[in-house]
Write a protein that binds this ligand. Structure first.
Ligand SMILES: Nc1ncnc2c1ncn2[C@@H]1O[C@H](COP(=O)(O)OP(=O)(O)OP(=O)(O)O)[C@@H](O)[C@H]1O
Ligand SMILES: [Mg+2]
Length: 503
C-alpha cells in the first residue's frame, strides 16, 4: 500500500478543466518528480492534496496511509502529515524569519508567546539546515533566494511524512541547491515521501526515483527515472520533439543606447557595505548584453539602481542616447524608455488580483491609450498581441493574473513591458519557472526584439541561457566586473572562472 494515492482527480475552474482524471502515487521514502509544461496542472494537483482546494471542490479520492481523506483546509492536511512549499512564496514580508516559521504555532507559556524559545528553535532549525540567516531579521529584507530557504525551513519544522516542493530551487544558488538536496536525502532516508515539481530536469534526474509527466491536466505516464532520458521527458511533456532551444542570432549593433558610469550601490541593512562597486558598461541598439555572476554578485542590485528602484543608497551616472538623465524613480526610467522584467514578479511585476489586461497595460498605460486612459478597445488589442505571441495560456485578457499558472504569469510580466515600447529592456531571470517549450518561445522573442533594434540587458543564473542569447557577456563577482567576453570567446569555463573570482 503506497503512502499516498490520488485517484482520478478532476478539478475544474470556470472555463478550465485543470485536472482531468489524474492519478498519482507516492511511496514512503520515495522522491517522485512531477513535471509538465506551464499550466499542465502540477500546482493544482498538489493544492488538492494539501487542502487548499478542500474536499468537495474536486472529484476523485485522496488516500493517505490507507485512509480516504477529506481535508477542509491546509490545517487538516498538515495534521495528516502533509507539508507543502508553494511555488509563490507565502511568507509575510513584515514579520521576522522566526515569526514566519512559527506563525500560528508560536511556542507560548500561559498564553504569552515565548520569544526566546521561538528564536532559539528558529536558530536551531536554521543551523540544522546549514543556513546562515539571522532569525530576527525581517523577511522582506532578505533576498529572494534566502526567502525561499526560510520557506523550506518552515515546511521542515512541521515534520511531515509527505513533503511537496513546488519549484523550490528557482531562486537558489548552486551551493544552496546542494544544501537543500543534502537535507532532502536525509529526509528520504527517514522515510519521508517527496513530491518534487521542477522545470530543471538536471535536478529531477539527479534526485528522482520516479517521474510522472502531466500534460493538459492528464497523466501522460509514470516511469522509473532510470528508464528515462531528458530528451524523452521533454518529448512527453510537450508532445513533440524539441530541437535546439536557442535561436540563430544575427544582430547588427547600432549606436550606444544606454551607458552607465561608475555605479556603486550599498546594502540595505549594512549601509557601508557595497553590493555593487564602481561598475561601468554600455549596451548598443540591437545588442543583447548578458550579465553573469553567482547569486549575491550584485546583478539585480545593479539593474535596480539604474532603474531608480534600489531601496538602499546608490550613485551613478546614466546616459540614454547621449543625454545625461537622472532616473530618480522607476517612473522616470520608464519615461526614458527603460523596461524592467524583474525576478520577483509579485513585488514589481504583477498584481495578482488584477486581470491580464490591467497588468499588461499598467506600466504602459499612457503610451498605449494615448490621451484617453480608459480606451479599453485599444488596450485589449495591445494586450492581445503579446498574449498571442508569447502564447499565454488563458481564456481571455480579462482572466485574473493570480489564476494563471506560474510560467504564464511570467509571460504576462514580459508582455506588459513589451507594450511600453522600451529602447532598453532589462530582463532579470526572465525564464524562471518557465517550461522548456515556452522557454524556446521566449528566447525567440528576445532574439526578435534585438533584431528589431532593442537593446537588451539579460541577467540569468542559468549559464546556458546567458551564453545562448548574449552577444557580449559581462561577469560580476562580489559587485565588481571581473570579465567581459564577446560571444565567440564566452565559454562556460571562462565565465565561471570570472564569476568565482578566479580570473
Ligand atoms: N484559481 C484558479 N482559477 C482559475 N484557473 C486556474 C486557477 N488555478 C489554476 N488555474 C488554471 O489551471 C491550469 C493548471 O494550472 P497550474 O497552476 O496547476 O499549472 P502548473 O502545471 O503548476 O504550471 P507552471 O509550471 O506554470 O507552474 C492552468 O490553465 C491555470 O490557468
Ligand atoms: Mg505551478
Amino acid at each position: 500500500m503506497p503512502l499516498l494515492e490520488m485517484k482520478n482527480i478532476v478539478k475544474e475552474f470556470p472555463g478550465v478543466r485543470a485536472l482531468d482524471g489524474v492519478s498519482f502515487t507516492l511511496e514512503a521514502g520515495e522522491f517522485h518528480s512531477l513535471v509538465g509544461e506551464n499550466g499542465a496542472g502540477k500546482s493544482t494537483l498538489m493544492k488538492t492534496l494539501s487542502g487548499v482546494y478542500p474536499y468537495g471542490t474536486y472529484e476523485g479520492d485522496i488516500i493517505i496511509e490507507d485512509q480516504v481523506r477529506q481535508f477542509r483546509g491546509i490545517r487538516d492536511s498538515e495534521n495528516a502529515g502533509v507539508a507543502i512549499i508553494f511555488q509563490e512564496l507565502s511568507l509575510v514580508k513584515e514579520l521576522t524569519v522566526g515569526e514566519n516559521i512559527f506563525l500560528g504555532k508560536e511556542p507560548s507559556k500561559l498564553g504569552v508567546i515565548n520569544w526566546s524559545e521561538l528564536y532559539h528553535r528558529t536558530s536551531k532549525l536554521l543551523q540544522d539546515l546549514n543556513l546562515d540567516i539571522d532569525p530576527r531579521v525581517q523577511v522582506g529584507n532578505l533576498g529572494i533566494g534566502q526567502q525561499q530557504l526560510v520557506e523550506i525551513a518552515k515546511a521542515l519544522s512541521k515534520e511531515a511524512k509527505i513533503l511537496v516542493l513546488d519549484e523550490p530551487t528557482a531562486a537558489l544558488t548552486e551551493s544552496e541547491v546542494e544544501t537543500l538536496f543534502a537535507i532532502l536525502r536525509k529526509l528520504k532516508a527517514r522515510g519521508v515521501g517527496m513530491v518534487y515539481i521542477s522545470h530543471k530536469l538536471g535536478e529531477v534526474f539527479e534526485m528522482s526515483d520516479r517521474i510522472t509527466v502531466l500534460r493538459d491536466g492528464k497523466t501522460i505516464g509514470t516511469h522509473n527515472a532510470a528508464e528515462l532520458t531528458k530528451e524523452k521527458v521533454i518529448e512527453l511533456m510537450v508532445g513533440r520533439e524539441v530541437g535546439n532551444i536557442f535561436p540563430e542570432c544575427h544582430h547588427d549593433f547600432g549606436e550606444t543606447v544606454l551607458e552607465v558610469k561608475n555605479l556603486t550601490a550599498y546594502s540595505i541593512d549594512a549601509a557601508n557595505k557595497k553590493v555593487v562597486d564602481g561598475v561601468s558598461f554600455h549596451v548598443r541598439k540591437g545588442e543583447v548584453l548578458g550579465i553573469a555572476g553567482l547569486m549575491g554578485a550584485g546583478r539585480t542590485e545593479l539593474l535596480m539602481s539604474i532603474f531608480g528602484a534600489w531601496p538602499g543608497k546608490y550613485s551613478r551616472q546614466v546616459v540614454v542616447e547621449g543625454r545625461n538623465v537622472s532616473l530618480d524613480t522607476p517612473a522616470s526610467a520608464i519615461r526614458e524608455g527603460i523596461g524592467f522584467v524583474t525576478e520577483d514578479r509579485k513585488r514589481f511585476g504583477l498584481i495578482l488580483e488584477q486581470t491580464i489586461l490591467d497588468n499588461m497595460t499598467l506600466a504602459g498605460l499612457k503610451r498605449i491609450s494615448g490621451a484617453f486612459l480608459t480606451n479599453r478597445t485599444r488596450e485589449t488589442i495591445a494586450a492581445n498581441g503579446p498574449m498571442k505571441s508569447l502564447r499565454v495560456k488563458a481564456n481571455s485578457p480579462l482572466t485574473v493574473a493570480g489564476t494563471l499558472s506560474g510560467g504564464n504569469q511570467q509571460k504576462v510580466v514580459l508582455g506588459k513591458w513589451l507594450l511600453t515600447n522600451p529602447k532598453v529592456l532589462f530582463l532579470d531571470e526572465p525564464t524562471r519557472g518557465i517550461d522548456v517549450g515556452a522557454k524556446q518561445e521566449i528566447y525567440a522573442e528576445i532574439n526578435k526584439l534585438a533584431e528589431q533594434g532593442l537593446a537588451i540587458v539579460l541577467v540569468s543564473s542559468e549559464l546556458p541561457e546567458v551564453l545562448g542569447l548574449s552577444d557580449r557577456v559581462m561577469v560580476l563577482h562580489e559587485g565588481r566586473v571581473t570579465g567581459e567576453f564577446v560571444r565567440k570567446e564566452a565559454t562556460p569555463e571562462k565565465v565561471m572562472a570570472a564569476a568565482t573570482g578566479n580570473h
